[in-house]
Design a protein around this ligand. Structure first.
Ligand SMILES: C[C@H](NC(=O)[C@@H](N)CCCCN)C(=O)O
Length: 447
């Protein structure tokens, strides 16, 4: 929407832009916290509610199913009502979803809460992306995206850390979820502050044309190149591996490796913590050197042996890991090394993969390209927790039978090898005649 007389208005000041980034990112902090708040209560849900691993997998998939449905119309809602209102509305849905989950007394109600969360959380991510594009286009857009993602990951890490700083809440599975409702309510507060900031900016600053949101145009399916589809395929298998692994990780560290809940939470948090720092750095590095498809292939190669390493390598000596102001825990050296390596991959691949799409797809279809990629991501991510949950149940995984977790780890490994295959195909395509410059474009080059 263009603003009348916009030409006469100044662009927003840098301080105003960065304040917008802070509030939009705090809403994302709440969003990622609520999603990950379920992970540390998996063992309690099994003990206190008698849920099977298959049901835990279904809770995860309920989120993705809702996200899949709502992403089809989310772009329309954002275009129709504006990102400003959409952010507040979707953040409010997340608060409601968190409260429904915390108050649930049965599996269907908890599943309904996670379904509702998918309806709010994924379009909230899309709306925040649209807001950042609007305020930062032609300015520090990549850096703003990087910082936004880092603050979001801090939300994920904080949910893991709640096993330490909110340890007394973990006598039952509901209190940690009430805490997550409070955190998301604060996120809604941040969304409202963002709403006020943008309203105040109207008539004072020129914000440019509203950016293309991630609106899905299914006709575009036929128009993308092979390189785009290799990236989408990598995105699907990469996130279908990492996110479900995270969903089960705290419980897995407790049951299969005998860690205390606090230590398991600290260990699991190292994945997003590594990403908080490393994602923007990898982004800056790749902008300088190019070689994007090669980096995606390297990331996929590093990931390949990690799930088998946690399953079959000896644990090694215990090491004390301390997170200042949060807590500390003793974790086996092998697990620590694997999670740090996985954290590196979790930083490298997203830092390279999402921006790479912008080099491959025409500007006018970028919104559609991202929407389609997110949609495909949800499809894979729906299926994998169901499979892993079923495998854990089928092979009677538990503290008395840690080997029962091995089939799930083999499944992650199979997905990782597919990821490596797609990354390799992308690398070959990009080195050939039809390459889009993923290997060559750098900040110094003229494209
Ligand atoms: C940038 C990317 N985000 C996504 O993949 C989202 N569609 C889903 C995030 C859900 C986190 N609870 C990422 O986080 O790497």
């Amino acid at each position: 929407m263009s603003i009348p007389g916009a030409g006469a208005l100044p662009r927003p000041t840098p301080a105003y832009r960065w304040l917008v980034l802070v509030f939009a990112s705090l809403a994302m902090f709440g969003n990622y916290y609520v999603y990950d708040a379920l992970n540390p209560v998996v063992d309690l849900l099994r003990e206190q509610q008698g849920f099977s691993y298959r049901q835990i997998g279904m809770l995860s998939s309920a989120y993705n199913l809702a996200a899949l449905l709502v992403l089809l119309v989310g772009g329309y809602v954002i275009d129709r009502f504006g990102a400003r209102r959409a952010i507040v509305a979707f953040a409010a849905v997340c608060v409601l979803a968190a409260a429904v989950s915390a108050a649930a007394s049965s599996f269907p109600t908890l599943a309904a809460g996670r379904f509702l969360l998918g309806m709010g959380a994924e379009p909230l991510i899309v709306a925040v992306t649209a807001v950042l594009a609007k305020w930062f286009k032609g300015k520090e857009l990549s850096f703003a995206f990087g910082l936004n993602l880092s603050i979001s990951r801090l939300g994920s890490a904080s949910a893991d850390w709640s096993t330490s700083f909110a340890a007394p809440l973990y006598s039952n599975w509901q209190d940690p979820l009430w805490l997550s409702t409070g955190v998301m309510a604060a996120g809604l507060g941040a969304a409202l502050l963002y709403w006020m900031l943008e309203r105040r900016a109207e008539g004072r600053f020129y914000l440019g044309e509203a950016a293309a949101t991630d609106r899905l145009d299914l006709r575009s399916l036929y128009r993308f190149s092979a390189s785009y589809w290799y990236i989408v395929a990598l995105c699907v298998v990469f996130y279908s591996t990492v996110f479900p692994f995270r969903s089960f990780a705290i419980d897995y560290f407790q049951q299969a490796h005998g860690l205390e809940r606090e230590a398991a939470g600290i260990l699991s948090s190292l994945l997003p913590v590594a990403a908080i720092f490393a994602t923007p750095l990898f982004g800056l590095w790749v902008d300088r050197v190019g070689r994007r498809s090669l980096f995606m292939a390297i990331g996929s190669l590093v990931m390949l042996p990690l799930f088998l390493a946690v399953t079959y390598l000896p644990p090694g000596p215990d090491v004390m890991v301390t997170i200042p102001l949060v807590g500390s825990g003793e974790v086996p050296l092998t697990l620590l090394c694997v999670i740090l390596l996985l954290g590196g991959v979790f930083s490298l691949i997203p830092a390279v993969m999402w921006p790479s799409v912008a080099y491959i797809v025409d500007d006018r279809r970028l919104g559609s390209a991202y929407a389609l990629m997110t949609l495909c991501q949800q499809l894979g991510w729906i299926a994998v927790p169901l499979v892993v949950g079923a495998l854990n149940d089928r092979y009677l995984a538990g503290p008395e039978n840690p080997a029962g977790y091995a089939p799930g780890m083999w499944f992650y490994t199979a997905l990782s090898s597919l990821g490596l295959f797609f990354a390799w195909r992308l690398w070959r395509a990009e080195r050939g005649q039809g390459g889009h410059g993923l290997e060559t474009i750098t900040v110094g080059s003229n494209r």
